[in-house]
Structure formats: structure tokens, C-alpha cells
Design a protein around this ligand. Structure first.
Ligand code: IMP
Ligand code: MG
Length: 177
């Protein structure tokens, strides 16, 4: 598995430090607001579990599953595979996402949730690839701005593999070309 990685882009230590910083910031911003964290599966699972352990305010969490991707190419279509189990009317929503790429997924998801009347919707993403943006969506919280490379690890996959790498690595192009 490690032989398929060209280079480590973000180390375990850097992940730990930045994610903890984001958790502290969100705790300050949402104190007394009882936010609902909405994790976007599956890519969020490691980020979300680290992030939420550094959030020290009253909050709750739920998950959604959406698909928009096959391999390394965005299909442009977004499908809801698992919806929320909580009612979000009047709640402060924080969407937790692994990576903001074209923005198509989050743009769709934000509009989808907006129809249910939440008090607010914010976006917390581990990584942001602003160079690839196609839809008008911006992260309220972002740990790392990264260049246009396909990355895996810390929850992110290529065809369901590499999610278990403890760091963020750039996949060798020959793996997906
Ligand atoms: P978007 O709709 O183009 O913003 O794509 C968002 C989703 O595509 C993310 O939530 C990821 O699941 C996936 N994705 C985008 N870039 C990468 C990457 O570099 N590695 C792994 N998954 C990615
Ligand atoms: Mg994702």
C-alpha cells in the first residue's frame, strides 16, 4: 500500500495540530448554539472523529452518505445514499467534509439541507483544492489548502483503498492512469 504513495503531503503531526485548532475555533464560535455536526461519509470518518474530540461544547452529530465520484473523476451528479435521522429545523448545522474539490457535492448538499429550515449551515473541511472549484461554495473552516493532486489517506480513498493510511499522501499517477 505504501509503495503506491509518491510523497507524504500532510504528516500525522500536522493533521493532529490543525484539526485540534479547528475544533477549538468551532467551540468558540458555536458556544451556546448546540450545533449539529453532519459528517459526509465515508471520507469524513477519521477527520470527524478527531475533530469532535477537540470540540468541548454541547453538540450532536449525524451522518449522510452521498456519491458523486467514481475513481478520480467527478461525474457531476450527486446522489443521496443515506439521509439524516435528525430533524434539522432551527439547528446550526456544520457539514464535515474530507475535501472540497469542484464543490459540486457540497453545493448540492447545502441547498438540499437549506430547504429544511436550519438556523445556519457552515462547512468544515479538512482540505480545500480551490484551483478546481466549479460551483460557488466556500469553506467556513478549512485545515489545509492543497494543490491540484489526487490525495489519499486519513479517510480518503481511491476506489475504496488507502483510507487507513494515517497521513495524507499523493498517489502515484501510474496507479490511476
Ligand atoms: P467535489 O464534489 O468535486 O467537491 O468532490 C468532493 C468529493 O470528491 C470529496 O468529498 C471526496 O470524496 C472526493 N475527492 C475529491 N478530491 C479527492 C482526492 O484528491 N482524493 C480522494 N477523494 C477526492
Ligand atoms: Mg467525500
Amino acid at each position: 500500500m505504501k509503495n503506491d504513495i509518491e510523497r507524504v503531503l500532510i504528516t500525522e503531526q500536522e493533521l493532529h495540530d490543525k484539526v485540534a485548532e479547528m475544533g477549538a475555533q468551532i467551540s468558540r464560535d458555536f458556544k451556546g448554539k448546540d450545533p449539529l455536526f453532519v459528517g459526509v461519509l465515508k471520507g469524513c470518518f477519521i477527520f470527524m472523529s478527531d475533530l469532535l474530540r477537540s470540540v468541548d461544547i454541547r453538540c450532536s452529530m449525524d451522518f449522510m452518505a452521498v456519491s458523486s465520484y467514481s475513481g478520480t473523476k467527478s461525474t457531476g451528479a450527486v446522489k443521496i445514499n443515506k439521509d439524516l435521522s435528525e430533524d434539522i429545523a432551527g439547528r446550526h448545522i456544520i457539514i464535515v467534509e474530507d475535501i472540497l474539490d469542484s464543490g459540486v457535492t457540497l453545493n448540492y448538499l447545502k441547498q438540499f439541507l437549506q430547504q429544511r429550515g436550519p438556523a445556519s449551515i457552515s462547512i468544515a473541511t479538512l482540505m480545500d483544492k480551490p484551483a478546481r472549484r466549479k460551483a460557488p461554495v466556500y469553506a467556513d473552516y478549512s485545515c489545509f489548502e492543497i494543490p491540484d493532486a489526487f490525495v489519499v489517506g486519513y479517510g480518503l480513498d481511491y476506489n475504496e483503498r488507502y483510507r487507513n493510511l494515517p497521513y495524507i499522501g499523493v498517489l502515484k499517477p501510474e496507479i490511476y492512469e
